[in-house]
Design a protein around this ligand. Structure first.
Ligand code: ADP
Ligand code: MG
Length: 354
């Protein structure tokens, strides 16, 4: 009788052990599956029209992606409205139409101060004081003009000369104590870095919600990486052919930002000549030293500002770009008007997986 009991017990413990092993295997499989396949399933895509272009957010997060997207897009709309210098209720409109010293909020002061620093670093190729020229050329309300089929006019030499007299970053004075700005007649236009600023704010919002989130935010071709693909891989980004719709190069990024300035986004053609929205501060005319400039930087504001600057500097200033830009953590890919490609030494590091 006792022997039988023991046999039963043995059999019972074998069954229990077996069940435990099966259960353990299931748990292991579930955990492994969760770890390896969690991220791909979690990617969510969002799209929103802001900053005069389509903004696309791709994000994987353990936090709430819908809430993050909502916050990011609201922030982008806020930036668009606050820094449109041609809308009467914007801070820049008020500043540009003020006499003497004008006190601004912290954010505006920091942004204008930063823009003026980019102007100094690029010897004025990036110039945030070209508002009068941009307005004169019809790029202040370009989208409305396009949809209304408005005929674009080429400004006269005299008009350009007058607008040039009232442009130039060196004219702007800053009072750091009072957070006040004196424009001395220039119109500030932050269009050359506003998109970068909005992308950088998007990055900050996403990271504040979830430090480990990954994906990217893209606005009209400019990209801010949130983190590596699936937490470990490179994002592969194509550089658009400025005279086609294909890609002429590919870069690999796990972090940082990339921006492109080209003559193919906002332009009009008059008598067979293309007039685009990036102005050479030296001449007051659309710059003609390049047809596209792509910059990789640690942050989206630098990438945006330096891509505009590289575009303006163009091929004839390639030596300046090649020496100065990498010192500012910016690697450049430039396409000349005859479609030759110029790259800074460090740019090639992003063209391969290492
Ligand atoms: P996009 O906004 O198409 O990506 P950019 O970043 O190069 O292109 O910015 C172009 C915008 O910057 C123009 O629409 C105008 O508002 C402004 N801008 C034009 N010329 C200059 C310049 N030389 N320096 C700084 N900003 C400029
Ligand atoms: Mg730019």
């Amino acid at each position: 009788m006792r022997k039988r009991n023991r046999q039963d017990l043995n059999r019972f413990s074998k069954v229990a052990l077996f069940s435990l092993l099966v259960l353990l295997s299931i748990v292991v499989v579930v955990i492994v599956t969760a770890v390896f396949f969690r991220n791909p399933k979690m990617y969510k895509d969002f799209e929103h029209f802001s900053l005069g272009t389509y903004v696309h957010l791709k994000i994987a997060t353990k936090s709430n992606p819908d809430l993050i997207a909502k916050e990011i897009f609201a922030e982008m709309d806020r930036i668009t409205n606050k820094y449109d210098p041609y809308k009467k209720d914007s801070i820049l409109y008020k500043l540009n139409h003020s006499d003497g010293w004008f006190e601004v909020d912290d954010e505006t002061f920091a942004l204008i101060e930063l823009a003026l620093r980019y102007a100094k670093n690029t010897e004025g190729a990036f110039d945030p004081t070209l508002g009068r020229l941009i307005d004169l050329w019809g790029f202040s309300n370009f989208s409305e003009k396009l949809s209304n089929n408005t005929d674009f006019q080429i400004p006269s030499d005299i008009e350009i000369k007058n607008a040039l007299i009232n442009s130039g970053y060196e004219k702007v004075e800053l009072d750091y104590n009072r957070k006040a700005i004196k424009t001395n007649g220039v119109w500030i236009d932050l269009g050359g870095l506003a998109k970068g600023y909005a992308l950088e704010r998007a990055y900050q919002i996403a990271k504040a919600a979830d430090q480990e989130c990954n994906g990217f935010v893209e606005a009209g071709g400019d990209i801010r990486i949130l983190g590596p693909k699936f937490g470990k891989d490179f994002w592969i980004i194509g550089i658009r052919n400025p005279r086609g719709s294909d890609s002429i190069d590919y870069i690999y990024l796990k972090s940082g930002s990339v921006a492109t300035s080209g003559d193919y986004e906002r332009y009009f053609v008059k008598d067979g000549v293309r007039y685009h929205h990036i102005i050479d501060p030296k001449t007051g005319y659309p710059s003609n030293g390049a047809i596209s400039a792509t910059v990789i930087s640690n942050d989206a504001i630098s990438a945006d500002a330096f891509s505009t600057a590289a575009f303006v500097l163009g091929v004839k200033n390639w030596l300046f770009i090649r020496t100065v830009f990498p010192k500012n953590n910016s690697e450049v890919f430039l396409v000349s008007p005859d479609q030759e490609i110029y790259k800074t030494h460090g740019f090639t590091n992003y063209e391969k997986i290492y």
